[in-house]
Design a protein around this ligand. Structure first.
Ligand code: C2O
Ligand code: CU
Length: 497
């Protein structure tokens, strides 16, 4: 994998700082509790467009975008509100919209053929669901995702707490990674076999909110809530905020006990979100450089924070940073059903499997038709390169990998028997991450996407309380397209205990 950040004249980004500020300052809290829940209407029109991904002298990049902007318009409502989003398909191909991380009814989940007929060109579909959880979410198509997301279809979805934590300013950074040609066009080598078999479509141009960033203004003493969303097809970020000491307050929209990031790096696999409290502790006129260190030897400067000459306050404020919990059902581990899920395949997959002492089949209850032979056949036909419990998905409709009784706690023991990282996402639920390689996690964090390192074992737990057929897949979109996807069914009846 190579990383070429185009040589650019780095200027002009800050012209958008005003736009940032205008859209991100939190209104004063206090009045919000009194309001009754209400329906908030939005319209999204995915269509071909053009935007300045890289600044001049580069020209505009032909993209696919929602409402002509990349990212798509921010959808922002309050917890408890109901969203009604009319999606009108202006593309030349079918699409859907998935509300990543939102616990919606199954029919609103936006999975083509599984939960809805895809939206044909020129047609519309109305999504309507309640904002049950507060937090940082995002939306994107679930149809031909490698191409549709890769060409720019994604947007932030922010659900405000009734009482947000107090900050001076709120920012959302939707991170993306593009593979551009020398003329700043999107390279159209989507779904090539190398990307499918390795770490996906990692690009050569990283953007914040759809644009190669220059710098952002900060004020000494200012407290910022930074919402990070990784909308890239495949790139994993590990952000180093240098001398700033970010405090993580939420993962994937779900509050977590406030803490400094492990190893000092804020890591996000594709689709993941992290909410940070950032106290701007640099001196007036100074700069802080944010560096992405995920790929060793390929570290690069993401963006500079440039301090104004004036001081907002001496030292950080002592306002509380803990977010109120969302209404998630607590897993009951004494009465949990346990399933093993093994991920395998990809380049060097055979080697890792041999090393980990497994067979390509998996040995979970209700073992499938997998097995070494089945997999070889799959690999020979079409795009089956990655497997979950021995099966490679072709399309979104398939027999469920697991069927869970509604209301029951489920523990999934996940094994990454591959040589690659995988951000594994479950639709319709958030889960607690209980352990990694048999070590309990420090925060038992709620997530909807868990990043697994090569050969790592991770245990997650959740109450299967949302009936329907839910996708369970790697969010490296090339891995998903090449088979790393399954369905978890939550049966409609309440289990009698
Ligand atoms: Cu972000 Cu299956 O989705
Ligand atoms: Cu993957």
């Amino acid at each position: 994998m190579t990383l070429h950040l185009p040589t650019l004249t780095r200027r002009a980004f800050l012209t958008s700082a005003a736009a940032f500020a205008a859209s991100t300052v939190l209104p004063a809290s206090g009045l919000r509790n009194a309001r009754a829940a209400s329906v908030k209407e939005f319209r999204l029109k995915p269509a071909p467009g053009r935007t300045h991904v890289v600044p001049e002298p580069y020209g505009e990049t032909p993209v696919w975008s929602y409402n002509d902007v990349v990212p798509g318009p921010e959808i922002r409502v309050r917890q408890g509100d109901r969203l009604r989003v009319t999606v009108e398909n202006g593309l030349d191909e079918e699409t859907t919209v998935h509300w990543h991380g939102m616990r919606t009814p199954n029919a609103m989940d936006g999975v083509p053929h599984l939960t809805q007929a895809p939206i044909a060109p020129g047609e519309s579909f109305i999504y309507e669901f309640d904002a049950v959880d507060a937090g940082t979410f995002w939306y994107h198509p679930h149809q031909n995702s490698t191409v549709q997301v890769g060409r720019g279809l994604y947007g932030p979805l922010i659900i405000e707490e009734a009482e947000p934590v107090r900050v001076d300013r709120e920012l959302t950074w939707v991170l993306d990674d593009w593979r551009l040609t020398k003329s700043a066009a999107i390279s159209d080598d989507f779904d090539n076999r190398h990307d499918l078999m390795h770490n996906g479509r990692v690009g050569n141009t990283v953007t914040i909110n759809g644009r190669v960033p220059e710098s952002l203004t900060a004020r000494t003493g200012e407290r910022v809530r930074l919402r990070l969303i990784n909308a890239a097809n495949a790139r994993i970020f590990a952000l180093d905020f240098a001398d700033l000491m970010p405090i993580v307050i939420a993962f994937d929209g779900q509050p977590v006990a406030p803490h400094a990031p492990t190893d000092g790096l804020v890591s996000l696999g594709p689709a993941m979100r992290v909410d940070l409290i950032l106290d701007m502790t640099g001196g007036p006129g100074s700069r802080t450089t944010v560096v992405d260190r995920f790929y060793r030897g390929l570290e690069y400067r993401l963006v500079d924070l440039a301090y104004a000459e004036t001081v907002l306050r001496e030292g950080p404020p002592d306002w509380p940073v803990e977010l109120p919990a969302n209404p998630l059902a607590e897993p009951d581990l004494r009465d949990a059903i346990r399933h093993e899920v093994t991920f395998n395949g990809g380049m060097m997959g055979q080697m890792v499997m041999a090393e980990m002492g497994g067979s390509m089949g998996d040995g979970s209850a209700g073992g499938t038709s997998g097995g070494m032979m089945g997999n070889m056949m799959n690999m020979m036909h079409g795009r089956g390169i990655w497997f979950i419990n021995g099966r490679a998905a072709i399309g979104h409709v398939m027999d469920p990998l697991l069927t869970l009784s509604r209301g029951r706690t489920c523990v999934l023991a996940l094994t990454n028997a591959t040589a690659w990282h995988h951000p594994i996402h479950l639709h319709g639920h958030s889960f607690r991450v209980l352990s990694r390689n048999d070590q309990p996690t420090a925060y038992r964090e709620w997530q909807d996407t868990v990043l697994m390192a090569p050969r790592e074992k991770v245990e997650i737990a959740f109450v299967a309380d949302n009936p329907g057929d839910w996708m369970f897949h790697c969010h490296i979109l090339e891995h998903q397209a090449a088979g790393m996807m399954g369905v978890i069914r939550v049966s409609g009846e309440e289990e009698r205990i």
